[in-house]
Write a protein that binds this ligand. Structure first.
Ligand SMILES: NC(=O)c1ccc[n+]([C@@H]2O[C@H](COP(=O)([O-])OP(=O)(O)OC[C@H]3O[C@@H](n4cnc5c(N)ncnc54)[C@H](O)[C@@H]3O)[C@@H](O)[C@H]2O)c1
Length: 280
């Protein structure tokens, strides 16, 4: 028998308090209603489980409140806050609220993203192009714009942008792909300019995840059953032909938020079961 790793048989994750006392903003901390958990909600729970105080931001306050209640039910610290990140004044208010409640901003988890209304280059409407760009690219930049001065003053901080493997893989969703490619470029630009202040900026590119936005969204858009959509997505994934879950993204986010990744900045990390291997 080889020495080293052996499965413990424990089903509960070990709490390591990797983010003990850190104050964290999660945007899009609510979720599209559906059967499974969304990426922002899972990240909020995962950060809080590691000891962070979390400001759960969403344009749908009721959904952010639901997330905050889930955190509190586990004994964690979380406050819900209503904001639409396409509005600059609201982004300034997010940063102010985090400082007012928790005294500082250690982590910004820029998770908001939409895809509804997207299409190919000849059928996409100009309105939907602008709406998707505003939410997926301009919005995350605006939140950074108002969080960065606080992190600079602290001489520390970590920003995680939730991009998508669609940024580098082929997809029929034009505006979504271009917006996420822009978010990758924003990540690299900010990582370069913020490094001297001790601020790290990274992106996660999730692949085909079993979240309500994806499953309920595609099912509604195509008229196919959820199970059909799930099976078709799973079949495209190299790693065991299975979709990921919001927890796969959340676990990577905890790593990028914590000191375990303290020498990592400007990285675009696929969390996609190997879909990026098929590029090209
Ligand atoms: N699910 C996937 O397969 C997948 C794959 C790649 C990337 N992603 C990315 O993961 C992120 C989260 O996706 P999800 O599937 O959990 O979606 P979700 O719809 O469950 O969560 C997004 C949340 O953002 C909120 N929101 C939308 N626009 C907002 C705005 N302007 N201001 C504030 N809040 C706003 C929504 O109300 C919702 O609660 C997105 O950035 C998405 O692009 C998802």
């Amino acid at each position: 028998m080889l020495d080293g790793y052996r499965p413990t048989g424990n089903e509960e994750p070990t709490l390591t308090a990797k983010l003990d006392g850190r104050s964290v903003i999660v945007t899009g901390a609510g979720q599209t209603p559906g059967e499974t958990m969304g990426n922002g909600r899972a990240a909020t729970l995962a950060f809080a489980r590691e000891g962070a105080k979390v400001l759960a931001v969403d344009r749908r306050l009721s959904s952010a409140i639901e997330t905050a209640q889930m955190v509190r039910a586990e004994g964690g610290i979380c406050e819900a806050f209503e904001a639409d990140i396409t509005n600059e004044a609201a982004c300034e208010a997010i940063a102010d609220e985090c400082v007012r409640r928790f005294g500082r901003i250690d982590v910004l988890h820029n998770n908001v993203g939409i895809g509804a209304g997207d299409a190919g280059p000849t059928s996409l409407t100009e309105d939907n192009w602008h709406r998707i760009m505003d939410v997926n690219l301009t919005g995350p930049w605006l939140v950074c714009k108002h969080v960065l001065p606080i992190m600079r003053e602290q001489q520390s901080g970590t920003i995680i942008n939730i991009s998508s493997v669609a940024a580098i893989a082929s997809t029929p969703m034009l505006a979504y792909k271009v917006s996420k490619a822009g978010l990758n470029a924003l990540t690299e630009a900010l990582a370069g300019s913020a490094a001297r202040y001790g601020i790290r900026v990274n992106a996660i590119m999730p692949g085909l995840m079993d979240t309500p936005m994806a499953i309920e969204g595609f099912s509604a858009a195509t008229g196919r059953s959820r199970d059909d959509v799930r099976a078709a997505r799973a079949g495209q994934v190299p790693l065991q032909r299975r979709q990921g879950t919001a927890w796969d993204v959340a676990n990577a986010a905890v790593f990028l938020a914590s000191d375990d990744s303290g020498y990592i900045t400007g990285v675009l990390l696929p969390v996609d079961g190997g879909i990026h291997l098929k590029v090209g």
